[in-house]
Design a protein around this ligand. Structure first.
Ligand code: SAH
Length: 341
């Protein structure tokens, strides 16, 4: 059965007129699902019983089930293990900042990218998530915490740019003022660097933020950590990223997981500063989260701080990512990996 939560307001309007209904029904049903968060057609009391029945016979409303929640005692981060209709498991994280809440959501079940440090990729790729399944992660977390989410990062499991149609549909749904109304400027897509898709996203001129998982200052080191670097060189990646900036004027973020002895030397930070010079960007340094399945080690705090300072001296602003939920396996597919084994 078709999932009605996957449709944008425009698509829903077309769908309803296709069923012989008046066009305003599209917006009405969209508001029920994405604004009022109805999870059944019975709740839609301003629709006739006949229409509710018609919808019930044809569509599902996406409502991921909570399998587990891990709550950090340190900072209010909550990590959700969710089960989708077909039994696929995904992770989403609720993060509390000073005056707003942010959601980290998954775009695929599993991941095909094979990055050495990442737990999401351990069981391989399962499938793409639909737009409604992405939005559903936010709705479930808002309902469970009783709090509003204003920022979204697509940094859970999966590679968003390999599921770009659904990601774009998700952006349209979640930013719609008849739905959650989350500003596109508060949405960040994180990618390991799929060059053609970065360019096609840029050409759409959406004011969404792009984060690039860089993790290395040169091709050789990057290839050692991320198989995607075999496919696209840093030169091609940086050209695409510059094009993204030219088209959107959104400040870029580069993620850089620091791995002891691999990419955390003085030379690496100088090379990184050289690579990024002239770009309007910020580097997010993440001391790598050791995963049981790999042998990577995190540098000590001093080396991390030294790396940040050297970048700053090279003219590149960097922040060390606050390790939200460090007590709850919050990084990247770890909870799911624990459950699968
Ligand atoms: N596929 C996308 C989005 C998901 S990963 C991407 O590659 O950007 C989200 C971020 O977490 C990426 O920057 C990823 O490289 C990083 N990450 C994954 N595993 C990690 C680990 N064990 N320690 C630190 N960062 C990790």
């Amino acid at each position: 059965m078709k999932c009605i939560s996957d449709l944008t307001k425009e698509e829903l309007t077309k769908e309803l007129t296709g069923l012989g209904e008046q066009s305003f029904r599209g917006k009405q049903i969209f508001t029920w699902i994405h604004g009022k968060r109805a999870v059944s057609f019975e709740e839609m009391t301003d629709l006739s019983k006949a229409l509710r029945l018609k919808l019930f016979d044809r569509y599902l409303i996406c409502d991921p089930g909570i399998t587990r929640i891990q709550s950090s005692k340190i900072d209010g981060t909550k990590k959700f293990l969710l089960k989708l209709t077909d039994g696929s498991m995904i992770e989403s994280v609720f993060m509390r900042y000073r005056s707003w809440n942010s959601a980290c959501i998954s775009t695929q079940a599993g991941c095909a990218m094979g990055c050495r440090f990442c737990a999401s990729t351990i069981g391989g790729f399962i499938r793409n998530l639909s737009a409604g399944e992405m939005a559903g992660q936010i709705y479930v977390m808002e309902k469970e915490t009783g709090e509003r989410i204003s920022n979204v990062v697509l940094m859970g499991s999966g590679e968003p740019l390999l599921n770009l149609d659904e990601v774009q549909r998700f952006v349209s749904i979640i930013s719609d003022s008849d739905g959650a109304g989350i500003s596109k400027r508060n949405i960040t897509i994180s990618t390991c660097g799929i060059v053609p898709q970065i360019k096609s996203l840029a050409a759409k001129h959406l004011p969404i933020n792009l984060a690039i998982s860089l993790h290395a200052p040169n091709d050789e080191k990057r290839r050692h950590l991320m198989p995607i670097a075999e496919r696209y060189s840093l030169k091609e990646l940086m050209d695409a990223v510059r094009y993204y900036y030219d088209e959107t004027h959104r400040r870029l973020t580069f993620e850089y997981a620091l791995v002891k002895g691999e990419n955390d030397s003085k030379k690496d930070s100088d090379e990184l500063a050289g690579l990024l010079r002239g770009l309007n960007c910020v580097v997010n340094l993440i001391p790598v989260n050791p995963v049981r399945e790999n042998d990577l080690k995190r540098p000590d705090n001093k080396s991390v701080e030294d790396f940040r300072k050297r970048l700053a001296m090279g003219g590149i602003e960097a922040t060390v990512r606050r390790e939200l939920g460090s007590d709850i396996d919050s990084a990247c597919g770890q909870l799911r990996a624990r459950t699968l084994v």
